[in-house]
Design a protein around this ligand. Structure first.
Ligand code: MG
Length: 211
């Protein structure tokens, strides 16, 4: 399996990252969908602790809705895209922000900062029929009991169907792949001793102790 991740998909997050990325919401839109991949080894089994790697001083949490791909597909048309995912969950796209900023400055790919081991914990999934995809899915992250990120999928620049259709023009989707769909604003640093809890609507689906 592989993990596909969409970047810069919520306008307020694009704005908060404005200094380190290439800028504004309109620039992000004109550049088209941004995606990158994490390997299978980025998975962190549910509710296991996350150990901050020794080579970074600034790991950020990015809470994201995650789609579970339920059948193989290539060149998927947007109108059929909804048949390619069955379940929706919540995950954290852990990002070594210090290293990512260095890589961006050098014009290099983000892998070291994004694809490292255990950088993609995912919680329990819900069948998409249980959620109101059309109206928007509310999700959030609490750090040490306080809400630090909250978003709604209706605010995405690119919706789930567009993401699946566009990614599949480049990369074949396979059953079991996971698609991280972008983070809302409020990303921030985690430190040893922190507790992260991620929610869809009011249901806690993922809990991670930071070590
Ligand atoms: Mg992300």
């Amino acid at each position: 399996m592989k993990i596909l991740c969409v970047g810069r998909n919520y306008p307020e997050h694009v704005e908060e990252m404005g200094n380190v990325s290439s800028g504004s919401v309109s620039a992000a839109l004109s550049a088209g969908l941004l995606f990158f991949m994490k390997p299978e080894t980025a998975q962190l089994r549910r509710n296991r602790p996350f150990y901050i790697p020794e080579w970074t001083q600034n790991v950020h949490h990015e809470v994201e809705l995650v789609l579970k791909v339920c059948k193989n597909g290539k060149y998927i048309q947007e109108r059929f895209a909804h048949t390619y995912y069955s379940d929706i969950g919540v995950g954290i796209d852990f990002t070594a922000r210090d290293l990512q900023n260095d890589l961006i400055a050098l014009g290099q790919p983000w892998e070291k900062a994004k694809a490292f081991d255990h950088s993609a914990p995912v919680g329990a999934f819900l069948p998409k029929e249980q959620l109101n995809v059309k109206q928007g899915i509310r999700f959030s992250l609490k750090k040490n009991g306080e809400i630090c990120q909250s978003g709604n999928s209706r605010d995405m620049i690119y919706d789930f169907d567009h993401i699946i259709a566009e990614i599949s023009q480049y990369v074949t989707l396979k059953m079991g792949d996971l698609i991280f769909t972008g983070t809302p604003s409020g990303v921030g640093t985690v430190q040893a001793g922190d507790l992260l809890e991620a929610f869809i609507e009011d249901e806690m689906l993922l809990r991670i102790a930071i070590k």
